[in-house]
Design a protein around this ligand. Structure first.
Ligand code: SF4
Length: 493
């Protein structure tokens, strides 16, 4: 079958989009003729310097909120050229277009344009925000989308293609779908067991993609990043109570280290890479695999720095960090979330504040950069626990290579904390995952924003920067603006 795969904005600019690259490779492996377009990076590349600002994550709400997208983002960024991109997608003469989404307004916009040009097209949308607890239903209720895939995409997408090839439009036997059933209605075909052996997946396919457009530069001339990303594994070994990833991926599966090494070497050769990024939820889910990969990279160096996300763990100690450093690991990303042990335990983290303290010192000793995130306002976080986090920051600020970003806790549908609403006394309005409160009227959104203001005050003296609030799943602007921050004189009092 002829298929077009499209990555929609906004998404990262540093490396080619992995979802479409994996699915393109998978479909080609099964004999299909696939064209791939990264609409996101082409828009970014062609945007003026001023408009490139919109790719900063703090602007995500402008892409997510329907009115702001329609009135602000579309007229400036997508609308002027969307027809020409749609024509390129359709020039491949696809029977099916697969769209990878993150911020859904641009995705629905593209689906609308494609359907208006070719009403017979089957449009399938997938991505982590397609979970039924996230934006899945909203996408399924959009008239121009035929199917929404939730969870791992390979299995459902292939079965959709095979169903179409058999001349059928009945997809109800395929697990992992939301099937539109009229206005405001959709059928969830249920969770699909993930494919057990991920060593059978082909490496991501970056053909068709403009490799010179991917960049980390924030200023002109936007030098190419010469980087690609890949996955060492799928899923996570933890089940933190605020996180939907365990629901999406269901279990943790990891690849052979030799295959990962071969992939890195092959892409370095082919694309002249100067660095490599693992997009995994964590790269230390299997210490054995990580250790073996490091051995390979030390024995046969690729001279290509790499990095990825990691979890705090008793197994991530100085000897392993030193080995990772020797193997070319330059940076790690951590979701610390809190530095209060009771809060960490309530979240389901398997470590305490002392373990983080030890890790920070080890990271400092081996000289490895890291990014990190904190979450403000877990129901287990009272004023005492919040103060513990601030105190920890004061004591350890010198060990951070970057100021942690922060999020306000979101009670996302289908997460463990959402299921435990009664236990925590959480109350919320339908569809407002950000604005929840506790029955005793504590821990309201206003209080969480207030805590962010307090943290911001400390950030300025500890890190010389303000607190950057990032949230992937809100239509609201959480940037601490002038109106949000307590005046300095009032703070001093
Ligand atoms: S927050 Fe991170 S460590 Fe926890 S379940 Fe989600 S991906 Fe895994």
């Amino acid at each position: 079958m002829r298929i077009s795969m499209v990555a929609t904005p906004i998404w990262a600019m540093k490396t080619p989009p992995l979802t479409t690259a994996y699915l393109t490779a998978w479909l080609k492996q099964h004999g299909h003729d696939v064209f791939q377009l990264d609409w996101n990076i082409e828009l970014h590349h062609n945007a003026s310097v001023a408009l490139k600002e919109y790719w900063d994550r703090t602007h995500l709400h402008q892409w997510q909120n329907a009115e702001q997208y329609r009135d602000e983002v579309a007229p400036r960024i997508t609308l002027p050229t969307i027809d020409s991109y749609a024509e390129r997608i359709l020039a491949h003469d696809p029977q099916l277009v697969g769209i990878s989404t993150y911020s859904i307004e641009a995705t629905m916009h593209m689906a609308r344009v494609l359907k208006s040009m070719n009403p017979k097209l089957t449009i399938v949308v997938g991505g982590q925000v397609c979970d039924p607890g996230f934006y899945g239903y909203k996408l399924a209720w959009c008239d121009d989308i035929d199917l929404v895939v939730h969870g791992e995409g390979e299995g459902p997408l292939l079965e959709i293609v095979e169903t179409l090839e058999a001349g059928s439009q009945d997809f109800s036997h395929i697990k992992g779908l939301l099937i539109p059933r009229g206005p405001g209605q959709a059928e969830d075909t249920g969770l699909r067991p993930p494919i057990a052996d991920i060593n059978g997946f082909p490496w991501p396919d970056f053909e068709d993609l403009p490799m010179d457009y991917y960049t980390v530069s924030e200023d002109a001339p936007y030098e190419p990043s010469r980087a690609v990303s890949s996955l060492m594994a799928r899923g996570c070994v933890r089940k933190c109570d605020f996180c939907l990833q365990a629901e999406i991926w269901q279990n943790f599966r990891y690849r052979d280290a030799q295959s990962i090494y071969d992939e890195m070497a092959s892409y370095k050769e082919r694309y002249g890479l100067t660095n490599f990024h693992f997009n995994d939820l964590l790269i230390n889910g299997s210490v054995r695999q990580l250790d073996r990969l490091c051995t390979l990279l030390i024995d046969q160096p690729l001279d290509m720095p790499w990095g990825g996300n990691a979890i705090v763990s008793r197994t991530l100690k100085k000897p392993l960090l030193e080995k990772m450093r020797a193997a070319g690991c330059e940076f790690l990303g951590y979701g610390f979330e809190s530095f209060s042990t009771p809060v960490l335990h309530a979240m389901g983290k398997k470590y305490d504040a002392g373990e983080v303290s030890r890790l920070l010192q080890d990271m400092h000793d081996v000289g490895m950069r890291f990014f990190s995130n904190l979450i403000i306002g877990h129901p287990a976080e009272g004023r005492r626990e919040f103060a513990e986090t601030i105190q920890f920051l004061i004591e350890h600020a010198h060990l951070f290579t970057e100021a942690p970003t922060s999020s306000l806790l979101i009670v996302q549908k289908n997460t463990p904390i959402w299921r435990a609403r009664e236990h925590w006394g959480i109350e919320m309005n339908e569809g407002d995952a950000l604005g929840w409160w506790l029955k005793d009227r504590h821990n309201t959104l206003a209080e969480r924003k207030h805590r962010a203001q307090v943290m911001n005050f400390f950030y300025e003296s500890l890190f010389d920067v303000g607190l950057k609030i990032t949230d992937m799943d809100t239509e609201k602007d959480l940037t601490l603006g002038a109106g949000d921050v307590i005046p300095r004189t009032a703070q001093a009092n």
